[in-house]
Design a protein around this ligand. Structure first.
Ligand code: PAF
Length: 287
């Protein structure tokens, strides 16, 4: 672990914005990692990546209500601020923005950031309004933290591409860095939602990575028919009774449009429910 630094915890949007403006006036480079807390080694790796490129490392912890649907896990979403605070201090975070409840959105907030193309597929197809909530809160956080660069994890591959598109289309002066997926020793992608898994389900959850490995292997041995890869993945997940496929898709890495033959770099992405826990994972097939 890195040497702990003196970390400031900031609880209101106005305070973080004033602090960021002062730092910018001093010419400091601000790196930013937005999170919803319940931090794990995946988040820490994003912080370490940001740390290599900035003078001031800012992290936000905010379980953003606008990106949860009515039947999703907003209330149950795991929270542990005391542990998060320790991890952030150990990772060398300078500013920890942890907004007090009710301070992020005006009661009559009516302006949204809506990405209209990449958001319509994959997770966006089953989580209506999710990416509108993500884009809106990330735009707000960028306006508060004023980062020069921000790091997003590749586990949320669609979110990452949508944020890159938002930054491009709305001219945010923020460089987006991609942080590699961090996995448990057995291959399960780290996620705050892994906490929901009972021990047998935890084993079942390995079917996501297993199915990706199969697709990667087929691709490496020359298979270019996306349908064949997809079917092999469906069969692997189908062997696990607790698993219910939300989607398994092979899409163009840039446009996220479904592909039949893999002729350009493709993203293979899946969302699977293990019991009631929805997990996502992905890999990139480089043509
Ligand atoms: O990836 C997440 O944790 C969230 O979607 C984000 C980017 C912090 C926005 O709430």
């Amino acid at each position: 672990m890195d040497k702990p630094t003196k970390m400031e915890i900031i609880r209101t949007p106005a305070t973080i914005q004033q602090r960021a403006l002062a730092l910018k006036r001093e010419g400091r480079v601000i790196g930013f990692v937005p999170t919803m807390g319940f931090l794990h080694a995946g988040h820490v790796s994003l912080m370490r990546l940001a740390r290599t490129r900035c003078d001031v490392l800012a992290v936000s912890i905010f379980v953003n209500p606008t990106q949860f649907g009515p039947n999703e896990d907003l209330e149950a979403y795991p929270r542990d601020f005391a542990q998060d605070e320790i991890l952030c201090a150990q990772a060398g975070v300078d500013l920890l923005f942890y907004p007090e409840s009710g301070t992020m959105y005006a009661a009559d907030a009516s302006v949204w950031v809506d990405e209209a193309s990449l958001s319509t597929v994959l997770c966006g197809a089953s989580r209506i309004g999710h990416f509108r909530g993500v884009c809106t809160v990330v735009a707000k956080l960028f306006n508060l933290v004023l980062p020069d660069l921000a790091v997003f994890g590749e586990k949320d591959a669609q979110q990452l591409r949508i944020i890159e598109r938002m930054v491009r289309d709305l001219n945010f002066p923020v460089e987006i860095l991609r942080g590699a997926i961090v996995r448990e020793a057995d291959g399960l992608a780290m996620s705050s939602r892994n906490k929901y898994l009972a021990s047998l389900q935890r084993k079942d959850a390995l079917c996501l990575r297993r199915s990706l490995d199969c697709a990667v292997h087929l691709f490496a041995t020359g298979e270019r028919d996306a349908g064949v890869l997809r079917q092999a993945m469906v069969e692997i997940i189908g062997q696990i009774p607790s698993a219910r496929i939300d989607y398994i898709e092979i899409v163009d890495d840039m446009t996220l449009a479904s592909v039949e033959r893999i002729e350009r770099t493709a993203l293979v992405a899946l969302a699977v429910k293990i019991g009631s826990t929805r997990l996502i994972d992905n890999d990139v097939l480089r043509a």
